[in-house]
Design a protein around this ligand. Sequence first.
Ligand code: SAM
Ligand code: SF4
Length: 329
Amino acid sequence: MALSLQDAYGRSISYLRISLTDRCNFRCVYCMSESMQFLPRRDLLSFEEIVTVVKTLIPAGLRKVRLTGGEPLQRRDIGDLVQALAALPGLQELAMTTNGSHLARWAEPLHRAGLNSINISLDSLQAERFHHLTRSGRLADVLAGIAAAAALPWARRRLNALILRDRNDDEIVALAAFAEEQGFDMAYIEEMPLGQIQEHDRALQQVASAEILATLEHAWGKLTPLAWGSGGPARYFQRPGARQRIGLISPHSHNFCADCNRVRLTAEGRLLLCLGQEDALDLRAVLRQQGEAAVLPAVQQALQRKPFGHTFDLEQPVQIRRYMNMTGG
Ligand code: SAM
Ligand code: SF4
């Protein structure tokens, strides 16, 4: 088979999102149920195994890796992993998505180790509301993390907010203004039906990207759509004269599957071919039973089964039982 990562629809896969752990110090209401059972640590991929997978896929076209979770900063020695991945020739972007709560300690060492892009999730600037949405988080910790990250020269930095009706939709403009003040792009995510949650009705609390855009334009005037993309699913807009970009991630209202360039590695080493479908390759078994040389052929073969796209429907009972913390958001 040729040295490439193409699926059956001719899409080239250049982006791997890796969930380093399903554990998290928060329990965000849209991401997890209140009581979660986490994987035993022995089931997680080791850092060596993760580096092997990435190293093996780079010659076939992998260019971007995002470290996520769960909360990636829950894994000890995260600095060593970042350093090892950053040293791999051919990897152009090494990014992380984090809840920011441990970033005051980690921003500088991770940047020094070679992380060059960071997304920090922030759904509210109100401490009590933040605590409710995360079921445990302290806003002050995250703001300290954002301040530490703001002081560093990342290639890309962005804040992410998931907007829920009557929960934080009154903060759409305030969040973007705060992000701009701190020197971050801002992105808004539509909630996806991953895992069974009781806390709210996803169909009722969904806020579509178009409404978010209208709210921003009501406050600021027309935003210009940008041709620029960050290599992920966000569509970007900009205020005339502003440096900040506004991203909209719209799995429901503006399906992005046709341009999909990514696959996900779950914390226990399943290579998920699509965020919204269950089919996966057990890459941990391939690595442990057949060894490094079997990884690329197994991935290439699995990519031929990559579905065209997700079929999320908020009106139907949840189809995907796996929560976002397993998936690697
Ligand atoms: N813990 C880190 C964080 O919160 O940034 C990284 C993992 S978290 C799963 C990554 C992103 O997924 C967060 O920005 C979060 O808002 C988003 N997310 C979680 N559950 C989601 C869901 N059901 N639908 C859409 N996005 C979700
Ligand atoms: Fe944790 Fe991130 Fe999920 Fe919130 S969204 S519970 S911070 S993994």
